[in-house]
Write a protein that binds this ligand. Structure first.
Ligand SMILES: [Zn+2]
Length: 295
């Protein structure tokens, strides 16, 4: 597959030096499976980024509201299900998210509707949580198509690194337009769920204490599920889930949003654990389970 991006690479020394680079650079993992470890090392000892209040508001005008409704509603059936009150909350969160991130387009033109839709995928994953901004991540890179990283022949459709969240736009669209096919693939949901985990365990600000507590419970319930899948050599989740615990988390969250009924039927304990940790049930119209934890 042809890559759609002009990607520069950086050396490990740059990583140690932290941020402040003006051009687009990308992590250089030997393999995706080692990426999390590197990120973990990188987060430790970094100076904290300044706090961003989740209470800060960016007002949305009526015409902006209508535009958001149109753009998000054209792609997210999740959004269309929401009550008017929750649609307003969803849009306010998308607007706030957009205003606290810097978006970079690689191999494609800047598009406001793309910024809105990528933001909406983050808001979908974090909708049941109070702290939804993924505060640690300031930059989001949208690439036209799949891309390669240095010293790695594999094509990536998304990844999360300390510098930012990276997504292939072509594959983003696949995640939302082909959700009915039942392959449980949604790269945006996948990467946002990695970002949520990094944000809550390694960042200094924007931590959601409900999420952290329940993720710890979630990881306790995954042991038997993983053991079972390994023994049977098959699972409802695609095999990539079993690369490591972090991929298990991200692939599970994908299945949770793409086909909640399917996940509930096939892996009920996992579905319950995810509902608790994300404080939502995507198969219901209201989505949010415990209002008090989401405000
Ligand atoms: Zn992943």
């Amino acid at each position: 597959m042809k890559t759609g991006a002009n990607i520069r690479t950086n050396d490990p020394q740059d990583l140690q030096n932290g941020r402040g680079r003006s051009i687009f650079k990308i992590l250089n993992p030997n393999h995706m499976r080692t990426l999390f470890k590197k990120i973990r090392q990188h987060f430790i000892g970094r100076p904290p980024s300044p706090p961003v209040s989740t209470q800060e508001e960016f007002p949305v005008s009526e015409s902006q509201f209508n535009n958001y409704t149109f753009v998000i509603g054209s792609v997210f059936s999740y959004f269309n299900d929401l009550s008017p009150e929750n649609k307003t909350r969803f849009i306010n969160r998308v607007h706030h998210f957009k205003n606290t991130k810097k978006f970079h387009f690689i191999g494609m033109e800047d598009r406001d509707d793309v910024i809105t839709l990528v933001s909406a995928s983050a808001i979908q994953v974090t909708f049941g949580l109070k702290n939804y901004l993924l505060t640690y991540f300031k930059d989001i890179y949208v690439l036209a198509d799949a891309y390669k990283m240095e010293n790695d022949e594999e094509l990536y459709i998304g990844h999360v690194a300390p510098e930012g969240i990276y997504l292939s736009w072509k594959h983003f669209q696949y995640g939302y337009t082909n959700s009915h096919k039942g392959d449980n693939v949604n790269v945006a949901v996948h990467e946002m769920s990695h970002a949520l985990l990094y944000n809550n365990f390694f960042a200094q600000y924007g931590i959601d204490s409900h999420f952290r507590m329940n993720y710890e419970k979630f990881s306790n319930t995954t042991g038997p599920i993983l053991a079972d899948a390994v023994t049977k050599r098959r699972s409802y989740l695609r095999s990539y889930a079993f690369s490591n615990l972090h991929e298990f988390w991200a692939v599970s969250v994908e299945a949770f949003f793409v086909n909640p009924q399917g996940l509930r039927q096939n892996m009920p304990e996992l579905f319950e654990a995810l509902s608790r940790v994300l404080n939502q049930d995507p198969s219901t119209k209201n989505k949010i389970l415990r209002e008090e934890l989401s405000r």
